[in-house]
Design a protein around this ligand. Structure first.
Ligand code: SF4
Length: 366
């Protein structure tokens, strides 16, 4: 465990004392055991004055308005802008991390923005965002801050979106998702070996989170799997993953296969060939999944949504931009009337593919 020299923390939940004098964090299945002054693996939760604290409460690495499709969520208020932010740290150690400058941050000087939950909710409303996304790094590790922001947002009619690896314990899972309206969950692979070797974590808790979301909540969720050549892209593994989604979650949970690019501690792998993504999409469709997408490549036809009833194109997408819309106000196909799964509210938004920085709260000079 890393030692923390000086901390400015807010009380953290989900921990207990051990007989040997340490305290154990029960937020995620790592169960870090801390002595006074130590930080957990996520780096943002720490023991201070004999209690657990969250050291990043109210601090952010910056705020941006993104298209909701970028989370990625293709079936949740399509075309609308989402106010997005993250903090620092992560509870996984993925060698291929695509956001490593934030998730691996050990320098809190990166957290230049200070924002209260009310300030974030007000900024979202003022900028016309329909939702706020807890993203860039995993919000599980800053649960207390995310929950407070989510409550402030709901009070203003703003919805909440989590972008997460789903690596969380049972009790905090219930609290966290009670405050969320939508989620994109990374299913990084479909073998325990991958999770252990490349993320120092485990697959089983992630699958539990997915089943929990499906069977015990009303949270709209989609799944993303980053395909890494030679690591998780064999047709056999993709078939097993797709069959599990079909059997346990049903045909209407969207599945995004996205392209890897060399990053962080995995610079020796080539980017994912587009053919691999197309093969994965075909495999998942063949097992019966209705909504399977490719991501991180420019391929409009495989980023669009098709009606499971008649095959008509329902929503056309070019990267994050809506290019065609064939849904009724209630989310049904205009051609055959079949329901498209998701959360729809009238016509598509017009945010397009823009990304815009937003000033929220106060900014520190560094
Ligand atoms: S949330 Fe952080 S401190 Fe708690 S168990 Fe997970 S990695 Fe450790």
């Amino acid at each position: 465990m890393a030692r923390c020299e000086s901390l400015d923390g807010s009380p953290g939940r989900y921990w207990h004392r051990l007989d040997d004098g340490r305290i154990q964090c029960d937020l995620c299945p790592r169960y870090c055991r801390l002595r006074e002054g130590q930080r957990g693996l996520c780096f943002v939760r720490a023991r201070r004055d004999d209690r657990m604290v969250l050291t990043t409460y109210g601090r952010s690495s910056g705020f941006y308005i993104d298209p909701i499709e970028k989370k990625p969520l293709n079936h949740f208020l399509p075309g609308t802008p989402v106010l997005s932010f993250g903090t620092a740290g992560c509870n996984l150690t993925c060698k291929f991390c695509q956001n490593w400058d934030i998730s691996k941050a050990r320098e809190f000087d990166r957290l230049t923005d200070r924002a209260s939950p009310q300030a974030i909710a007000e900024a979202a409303a003022a900028s016309g965002c329909r939702s706020v996304a807890y993203t860039y790094n995993d919000p599980v590790i800053f649960l207390e801050y995310a929950v407070d922001v989510a409550e402030a947002c709901r009070a203003r009619g703003i919805r909440n979106v989590a972008v997460t690896a789903g690596y969380i314990c049972e009790a905090p899972r219930v609290e966290f998702y009670r405050h969320m309206d939508a989620a994109n969950v990374d299913l990084k692979a479909f073998t325990e070996g991958f999770y252990k070797k490349l993320c120092s974590s485990a697959l089983a808790p992630v699958l539990e989170t997915l089943e929990y979301l499906k069977h015990e909540t009303d949270v709209w969720f989609e799944i993303t799997t980053l395909l890494i050549p030679g690591e998780n892209d064999s047709p056999r593994e993709l078939a097993a993953l797709s069959e599990w989604v079909m059997d346990r979650l049903g045909p209407d949970v969207p599945l995004h296969f996205t392209a890897f690019h060399p990053d962080w501690r995995m610079l020796d792998k080539a980017p994912t060939p587009p053919e691999t993504l197309l093969t994965a999409q075909r495999i998942a469709r063949d097992v019966g999944l209705h909504y399977v997408y490719t991501g991180n490549i420019h391929h409009e036809s495989t980023q669009s949504t098709y009606c499971h009833g008649c095959g008509a194109r329902l929503v056309g997408r070019d990267w994050y931009e809506i290019t065609a819309w064939n849904l009724r106000e209630d989310g049904r196909c205009r051609d055959c009337g079949a329901t498209c799964a998701g959360v729809f509210d009238g016509a598509a938004g017009h945010w397009g593919r823009r990304r815009a920085p937003v000033s929220v709260g106060t900014r520190r000079l560094i």
